[in-house]
Write a protein that binds this ligand. Structure first.
Ligand code: BGC
Length: 522
């Protein structure tokens, strides 16, 4: 627990908690924030491969891909900064807004932050679907990005806090499950709208994002805020009442005391971001940043954003490209369910390590296949080869979907103590979106220069991240969220050196200097 005092509250084990309908419903509603994020991730690849969209907004790409087919190298035909900016601007706005979101998550609560996200999303959808020129398109993407910044800040924290610890992993992964459903939904929509003759299919694709946007907004109106957040904002009685309701028992005193204590420590922090860089917070912040960089350098978004474009590059026809993207999208959803089932049983480390092997091998095979078959100007990827590439991409996507995808969001949201949770989550989201932006902005150019070698580049990263997990990633399964410091970081062979003494010292100084008695808050 963060700071002693009520360590026995959890009895070193779990608190009494039933799996109540209100917890499940709240989580399902909150997780629709993931749906929106996923839809935005998935929709851009599809619309940017639709000729009418290119013709209207990116005429030079249109010329290269449709009119002058075959003149440019296969690997380079989509290499256009403007086009990449359409995809990437969302992430730029997202990473900036996350710092505001950190403030609102802490001061206004998780629920209101989700509501703000919903409003941004609705605004973004309106601009995008009605876009008359590139400027409107980009403004829409920027608003959506703000929505992502706020939603990805609040939703994972909300889920981790409201869940009983024994199913925290599974409930938190509902966020990622929604991300994958959002991507799949976008892929399916693109597949359908591409067939619309009038050339306005892309508008429908962008406009249908309104569905998840409205769902999140309604969800945020209905859910209750987490007890952690209520207590953090001084609403102790309300926090306790909510705790009783969500845990389905009146015996919540031990957990309540632990939350009050965590909140007391959090109150003493006047500068959350400055606090974050203190030595004792080093383990969580390093792990969170590393997780985000690694998650993006698996290369997943090269596939998620640009699958249709990539398959087009490999010589698939437009329809086949979108169709293949639907297949990878479906694999993504199903494999996420595997992780919901197993994360609280086999644990986080096991999933990450198994997936590391699977991702490494599949990427190397993809690189070899493309290296042999896709030369700069050929268009002769035979059917057999094409199917093999899609199968390999699916093997890669499935491994990501039960490991780095969900765990990249789960682990940071559950390892920070309350005092740094909002700030920590905001750095997490920011780094995630920064590197998502880097991939979105650079992938098509990288593909143009590295060609098939791009997959070797990503596989090298997979190797590095797996080694990182072996040595530096502790297991967090089944540990109550406010006990991570004691039971995870202080026990870890490497990370414990950052926590031990300074923590005890700081605590003593804080208590002596303000003569504070935690029980006085009750
Ligand atoms: C990542 C996204 C990615 C998605 C794919 C998420 O966890 O943060 O960048 O597009 O997984 O399913």
């Amino acid at each position: 627990m963060a700071g002693g005092g009520f360590t026995n509250g959890g009895g070193g084990g779990e608190f009494e908690a039933k799996i109540t309908p209100i917890v499940i419903i709240s989580c399902i509603m909150a997780a629709t924030g993931g749906l929106m994020f996923g839809y935005d991730v998935g929709v851009s690849g599809g619309v940017t491969s639709m000729p009418p969209f290119l013709k209207k907004f990116f005429p030079s790409v249109y010329r290269k891909t449709v009119l002058e087919k075959g003149l440019d190298s296969n690997y380079c035909k989509y290499d256009n900064q403007g086009l990449q900016l359409f995809t990437s601007s969302l992430y730029l706005a997202g990473l900036t807004s996350t710092f505001f979101a950190s403030y609102t998550t802490r001061r206004l609560g998780r629920r209101l932050t989700m509501l703000i996200a919903g409003f941004f999303f609705i605004g973004g959808v309106v601009f995008n679907a009605a876009a008359q020129d590139l400027a409107m398109l980009i403004v829409g993407r920027l608003l959506l990005g703000c929505g992502v910044g706020f939603a990805n800040q609040a939703v994972p924290v909300f889920l981790s806090e409201i869940a009983p610890s024994r199913i925290r992993g599974a409930l938190n992964i509902l966020f990622q499950l929604n991300v994958t459903i959002g991507i799949l939904f976008a892929n399916l929509v693109n597949y359908g709208t591409n067939k619309i003759k009038g050339g306005w299919g892309w508008r429908l694709s962008l406009g249908l994002a309104g569905i998840p946007a409205v769902l999140l907004t309604l969800g945020a109106l209905f859910v209750v805020d987490t007890p952690n957040s209520l207590i953090e904002r001084g609403r102790l009685e309300e926090g306790k009442a909510v705790l009783k309701k969500i845990r389905g028992t009146d015996n919540v005193e031990p957990e309540f005391l632990e939350l009050v204590e965590a909140s007391r420590v959090a109150q003493e922090v006047k500068h959350p971001f400055r606090n974050l860089i203190k030595r004792r917070n080093r383990p969580q912040i390093v792990i969170s940043i590393a997780l985000q960089i690694f998650q993006q350098f698996t290369g997943i978004n090269a596939i998620m954003f640009y699958a249709p474009v990539l398959f087009n590059t490999l010589g698939f026809k437009n329809d086949a490209s979108l169709y293949s993207a639907v297949i990878t999208g479906a694999v993504n959803v199903l494999s996420t369910i595997v992780s919901i089932y197993s994360v609280d049983k086999v644990g986080r480390r096991m999933l990450l390590l198994e997936a590391g092997v699977q991702m490494f091998l599949s990427q190397v095979v993809i690189a070899i296949l493309l290296g042999i078959k896709v030369t700069d100007h050929s268009n002769d990827l035979s059917k057999g080869f094409a199917i093999l590439v899609v199968v390999m991409v699916c093997i890669f996507v499935s491994a990501f979907a039960w490991s780095w995808g969900p765990l990249g969001w789960l682990i940071p949201s559950e390892t920070f103590p309350l005092e740094t949770r909002s700030a920590g989550q905001s750095v997490t989201v920011c780094v995630n979106l920064l590197f998502t932006f880097v991939i979105a902005q650079a992938f098509l150019s990288m593909l143009c220069h590295f060609k098939f070698g791009i997959f070797l580049f990503f596989s090298g990263w997979v190797l590095i991240m797996s080694i990182f997990v072996v040595f530096l990633m502790p297991e967090t399964k089944n540990i109550p969220i406010e006990e991570m410091t004691e039971r995870v970081w202080k026990q870890h062979w490497f990370w414990k050196r950052f926590i031990d003494d300074e923590y005890a010292y700081d605590e003593k100084v804080a208590n002596v200097s303000n003569g504070y008695d935690p029980a006085s808050r009750l």
